[in-house]
Write a protein that binds this ligand. Structure first.
Ligand code: F6R
Length: 244
């Protein structure tokens, strides 16, 4: 794993944006795996600013998001569909037809999961997957104990994840109980992974990712097996005494 240490969240976001933008500019066709949450907001902000200033072209980009809640309409502000439109897709020239998120409203969720993996494969796989990391080491919605062999699947959200995501909703009852997430195997199939982390609350997770054991109880540890992972972290998230 290549670790790039930066001073703070803003610098992490700038470096991540430069990383993704240079990949987009230097390819004729690229499949990006995208994440939601607080961590990539700065990355998306700088991608949008770059688009406004330099008109970087996204018409050849195909995107696949990691996850989506079950049962939230795409127009509901807390859906990840809405988040992606608000923070990125509405502000760059990516084609609507090239944007993909798991469908948490399908009649058969199992079928939706299988279709998602099939579609990723048919499009040639993911070139660069952007990841955040949960404090408990989750990637996507793959919580501790998830098998490293999982493909896209439906998950029952843990109480701690629902609590962590509660601030976006009016109350805990409104937080969905289930989500669809790309599985750990689906994430590992990406040719390249860019993981971002910022803040002291991520420092234990980053410590375990870099220096802990490979263990399904800490899902992100699977990245130790991936041949092409870049991690951009700020000094606060490296504060658990890591030597790199
Ligand atoms: C988001 C996702 C999650 C987040 C993780 C960190 O699509 O799959 O795994 O990356 O929960 O969230 P933040 O960035 O809000 O700390």
């Amino acid at each position: 794993m290549e670790v790039i240490t930066v001073t703070d969240y803003n610098e992490m976001s700038i470096q991540a944006a430069e990383y993704i933008i240079s990949k987009v500019r230097s390819s004729n066709s690229i499949n990006l795996g995208l994440a939601t949450g607080g961590t990539p907001l700065g990355l998306y902000k700088y991608m949008v600013l770059d688009f406004q200033k330099n008109t970087t072209d996204y018409r050849h980009v195909i995107s696949f998001n990691l996850d989506e809640y079950v049962g939230l309409s795409e127009v509901y502000p807390n859906s990840y569909h809405y988040y992606m439109k608000e923070n990125l897709f509405n502000h760059i020239n990516i084609l609507d037809s090239n944007v993909h998120l798991p469908n948490g409203n399908g009649a058969s969720l199992q079928k939706e999961c299988a279709l998602y993996d099939k579609l990723i494969k048919e499009c040639g796989g993911i070139d660069v997957q952007v990841l955040g990391i949960g404090q408990n080491g989750h990637i996507g919605f793959n919580e501790p104990g998830t098998s490293f062999g999982t493909k896209t699947h439906v998950v029952k959200l843990t109480e701690s994840t629902r609590q962590a995501n509660k601030h976006n909703f009016d109350n805990l009852d409104e937080v969905p109980t289930h989500a669809i997430t790309m599985g750990i195997q689906s994430i590992m199939n990406s040719r390249e992974i860019l993981l971002l982390a910022s803040g002291t609350e991520k420092s234990t997770a980053i410590y375990k990712l870099l220096q802990g054991d490979l263990n399904e109880q800490f899902p992100a540890s699977v990245l130790q097996l991936h041949p092409n992972v870049t991690i951009i972290v700020d000094e606060q998230s490296l504060s658990s005494g890591i030597s790199i």
